[in-house]
Design a protein around this ligand. Sequence first.
Ligand code: HEM
Length: 374
Amino acid sequence: MNPYPAVDPIPLPAPVWLLKLLHVVTLALHFVAVEMLLGGLLLAILLSLFGKSAHSRVTARALARRLTVVMTYVINLGVPPLLFAQVLYGRALYTSSVLIGLYWIAIVPTLILTYWLLYKFSARLEQGKSAWWVGLIAWLLAGSVARMLSTNMTLMLRPEAWRAMYSASAMGAFLPTGDPTLTPRWLLMLAGGLLIGGLWLVYLAGRRTFTADEKRFVAGLGGKVAAGFGLVYLAAGLWAANVQPDAVKTGLAHGVAGHALYRYEGLAGYGWIALVVVAVLVGALAGFGKICATWIGWTGVLAAVLIEILFTAYRDGVRDVTLLSKDYDVWDRVVVTNWSVVGIFLVLFVAGLGVIAWLVSVMARAQKTMEGAA
Ligand code: HEM
């Protein structure tokens, strides 16, 4: 019996390829922000807990000041992919969301608490008070939000588990077990945080608000973290890919008849490996080669964004091939495109990205006080 709810009779208002493209682009940007949050926060906590030098305190404070802003990007860049995912995969995603309903809803208050704690963490660091434990609670909460998202994004791929879960309890109060892909996938995101967090520090070291000494410290630390955890991230990625079902591995490696895209998304996995290696080298140059320059910071930023785009493309292939093996073809939808509306949407979308870029540039230019100033 088909486990999916009936398809919505309202046709899709735009081609599937366009919705998928927008989904991958916006989700990759969400992932950049998520990794900055998870990795940057952990680094700031460790620096404030173990760092004895003034440089450590300055670096922890510099990260914490920016994390509240990063959180706004995490949230706002999470909304568009949520909407695109619901349009494309609603029948699977709504079902899994209902099955873990209580936890899914709990994400909202957890986020609010995390956000508040980030402000507290930053304020306590500014005041020179002990702050690591506040940051740690925020990090654990953010990590649990990540866990909930990984849980839902993997449960939506397991229609065979839904009926038994719902029969056991319709409350949405217990979590699925027995999926070998869940934990590797979640740990992959956590490991990526330290790679991206390290690259973020290498980039920050190029800011004029640090003294020459601080720059060397920040770039050296960030580079070493990026180089070391880049390798951990690489290993976690290979693990997460390896635990996928055989049908998914084969589909991504050799393609699926009638779906050329999945072969390319499989190849994106190789691109991801190559770019993580580049990021590790960037980290090694900054961390061990003691190169502290603007160009290396920007190379790290570019690598970080491309890594997340390729990762998201591969992940998209994993989802589609998994669902295809369970009779859910995301392309099999009635589409009635309203091009004038799509045109207006695209203009606003590009304008929105432009406004975000402008906001980022205003913020970058507005930071005039030295990081070490009280
Ligand atoms: C502390 C805040 C957050 C963290 C740490 C976080 C982390 C994550 C992680 C780890 C994933 C990948 C899960 C996986 O596939 O294994 C993810 C996916 C996702 N997140 Fe977030 N997230 C956060 C906030 C949000 C918010 C506020 C939204 C929406 C308003 C959001 C929307 C999404 C969506 C839609 C996906 C998956 C989309 C897809 O697969 O199509 N996230 N997030």
